[in-house]
Design a protein around this ligand. Sequence first.
Ligand code: 0X9
Ligand code: ZN
Ligand code: ZN
Length: 305
Amino acid sequence: TFGWRQYYELAEIYEWLDNIFATYPTVTEEFSIGKSYEGRNIRGIKISYGPNKPGIFIESNIHAREWITSATATWFINELLTSQKEEVRNLAESYDWYIIPVFNVDGFEYSHRSNRLWRKTRQPHATSKCIGVDGNRNFDSHFMENNGASADPCSETYAGEDPWSEPETKALADYLTSIKDKFNVYLSFHSYGQWLLSPYGHTAEAFPENYNDLLEIGAAFGSAIKNLVYGTNYVHGSTASVLYVASGSSVDWVFNELNKKVAYTIEFRDKGNFGFVLPPAQILANCEELMAGMVALIDKAHSLK
Ligand code: 0X9
Ligand code: ZN
Ligand code: ZN
């Protein structure tokens, strides 16, 4: 049976998702943003306890090897549907949730079958033997600027020939555009490093006009997690100022082009001890932390409006 003491491959996650739709037909709705290069369905779940709630969109596992992100996303879906804790019920029932647990489906499958540390998509290039693009550099927002991505098809941060060269990023952008009035918070799940990263990714020389709000929300997220028994430390700030310059990311595109004022990348456990290969024994602790952080983040974000 499905759980959170091990990692699962795509077919198992999709089978679990089918079960969720069958078990909670009145509050869940299946969606698909389209197909990957290799023809896999990129599936999502909408959870809604009533009409016209503010929406929150979660994109997870854009980087194939970051397995903790889809494990956490599936756990989070399960919690929204089953938890009896008041703060979780509040979260579940006050918002419309759109969650894509595995976005980079081809890469994820490849990371299970062939190369555990695969990051990119799986589309070949005419000009190189190397495969794939960094999906999180392929969005049309300050594409390739400030060395925040690579032009080398063999690089782990290859941006692609052009924005939207990957069917996956194009499908997500089209889907997000089609529902853009239905959500106002966007979260992109990554690992690792324990960071909550806001825009901008493409420059450390400028900051969003609501940067103080983004920092305040980040501080609330960080202290909620720090206060748990694990005492895990998350650092917050703009991507380019606290991590590195990253151009053409999904979060920056949603923030800049769809005008969503609350958009973050969350980098889960750990700090590099296990890195991308986080032991399954840490899945649940990571999930609990995320939930505590999430409650605080959403609370703070809506109190600042
Ligand atoms: O480099 C990335 O894409 C992310 N880090 S990772 O180690 N998971 O690859 C950081 C993304 C930062 N987000 C923005 N550019 N807004
Ligand atoms: Zn620019
Ligand atoms: Zn990542």
